[in-house]
Every structure is written in structure tokens, then in C-alpha cells.
Design a protein around this ligand. Structure first.
Ligand code: PEP
Length: 251
């Protein structure tokens, strides 16, 4: 059975002391979430080492929000996969739409980043999703298919054991507009179909596919009830421990 996951993406929010308070609250309440639901928090780089300590002994796993596309060297301001591993990350998010939109993250770069992350033993949450223009032009299936294939066809069925996909329609991120459960499910089913086509039925069945975009306690239950939705990548609502935990309790 594929794993259910609720992952919080804190983005560029909280100072380190604020982040530690949030992490402590999430860790403390994590015992109140169903045993079969994994919890992840993706904090800013500056918080990772300290949050790793706070999460010890809880079920909550640590993620970064990005990693460098080179292993090491003269890349000022970048943080490598090995560095993330060394501070206790189990995961990194890659290809978030904000990185694609504001920092020129291309699918080719995501292939490099994913290779480096996997080589260091990090698991990857790979984000895909169409923007509003693409949705309105009826191109959402094509865009998501292209983003998914451009990256994942460079990897093996074995690698897929360490990759989770997050479908995040850009028009739903931070806007309060959630994709309807039907809209989300049809894209999730499409992604699972892509996995079946390229890696076989077992990989498609075993891969966790998360929904992200204004997911909150009031809509999580309906979204998570869909056949191909295996949890959520949560932005705004992950900044309140009670809301984040309530989303995980929707299972
Ligand atoms: C996100 O940025 O990954 C996200 C899903 O944000 P929000 O929940 O705030 O829409």
C-alpha cells in the first residue's frame, strides 16, 4: 500500500525561534495523527539543524525546500544535497512552482537536482502543475504530462521508490482557490497513468501523489478521499500547528 503523507512547506516564513516553536508544537501533536500518515516539515535552510533536534523522537520528518544543482564548489549561496543530508534532512522538495516562476528552475535543472538528491540518500517531493493561463487554455493535462515526463523519464523504477510527486495547480497556491476534488483527481489519475506507462503498474500503484494548493482542514477530507490523492503538500496552513495536524487527521 502506498504511503499517505501530509507535508508542510513553510516557504520563507518564521524566524528561527518562531520556527522552533512551530516545530515543537507539530512534534508534540504528531502523536495524535493516524499511524499510517507520514508527516514532513520543509523549513528554510537556516532552521534545518535546530528543527532536526526538535523533531527527534517524533514521527515528523525533515525536508528542505530546494537543493543545489551541483554537488559542491564555487556556487555562492547554494546548499548541496550532501549538506542537507548532513543536518538530518530525509527529504527535499524540488521544482516548486515558486522556484520555477521566480528563479528560472527548468526541468533540465530538476533532473540534475533529483540525481544529486537521490545519490545522497534524500527522498524527493517533485512538484508539477499548470498555471492559470494553461488551465484556461485547456492545456493542463499536457503541461503536467510534459513536466512529469521531462524529469521522471531520466530515472528508474528503483529510483521511483524515493520520489513522491506533488500536483500543485499554480492558480490554487496561496490564492484560497482550491482545485475541486474532481479537478485534482483527474490530474492525479493522469500522473499515475504516466507512471504505469513508463515504469509499470506496480510503480504506479506504489508512488505517493500529493495534492497542493490552498488545502486546509475544511477541504482536506474531500480531497484525500479521492482514489489517487495520497495526501497533501500544505503551504499557508502548515504555519499553524493545529491546522497542519487537523489536515493530517482528515484521514
Ligand atoms: C505550496 O506552496 O506548496 C502550497 C500548497 O501553498 P498553499 O497551501 O498556501 O496554497
Amino acid at each position: 500500500m502506498r504511503k499517505k503523507i501530509v507535508a508542510g512547506n513553510w516557504k520563507m516564513n518564521t524566524t528561527v525561534p518562531e520556527g522552533l516553536e512551530l516545530a515543537k508544537a507539530v512534534a508534540a501533536k504528531s502523536a495524535e495523527t493516524p499511524a499510517n500518515v507520514g508527516l514532513i516539515v520543509a523549513t528554510p535552510f537556516t532552521h534545518l539543524a535546530a528543527v532536526a533536534e526538535v523533531l527527534k523522537g517524533s514521527k515528523v520528518e525533515l525536508a528542505a525546500q530546494n537543493c543545489a544543482d551541483h554537488a559542491s564548489g564555487a556556487y555562492t549561496g547554494e546548499v548541496s544535497a550532501a549538506m542537507l543530508k548532513s543536518v538530518g534532512c530525509k527529504w527535499t522538495i524540488l521544482g516548486h512552482s515558486e522556484r520555477r516562476q521566480y528563479y528560472g528552475e527548468t526541468d533540465a535543472k530538476l533532473v540534475e537536482k533529483t540525481k544529486l538528491a537521490l545519490a545522497e540518500g534524500l527522498d524527493v517531493i517533485l512538484c508539477v502543475g499548470e498555471n492559470l493561463d494553461e488551465r484556461e487554455a485547456g492545456r493542463h493535462f499536457d503541461v503536467v504530462t510534459e513536466q512529469t515526463e521531462n524529469v521522471l523519464l531520466q530515472f528508474s523504477a528503483e529510483d521511483m521508490k524515493h520520489i513522491v510527486i506533488a500536483y500543485e495547480p499554480v492558480w490554487a497556491i496561496g490564492t484560497g482557490k482550491t482545485a475541486s476534488s474532481d479537478q485534482a483527481e483527474e490530474i492525479h489519475a493522469c500522473i499515475r497513468g504516466i507512471l504505469a506507462k513508463h515504469f509499470g503498474a506496480q510503480v504506479a500503484e506504489d508512488t505517493t501523489i500529493l495534492y497542493g494548493g490552498s488545502c486546509k482542514p475544511s477541504n482536506a477530507k474531500e480531497l484525500f478521499a479521492q482514489k489517487d490523492i495520497d495526501g497533501g503538500l500544505i503551504g499557508g496552513a502548515s504555519l499553524k500547528a493545529d491546522d497542519f495536524i487537523a489536515i493530517a487527521q482528515s484521514y
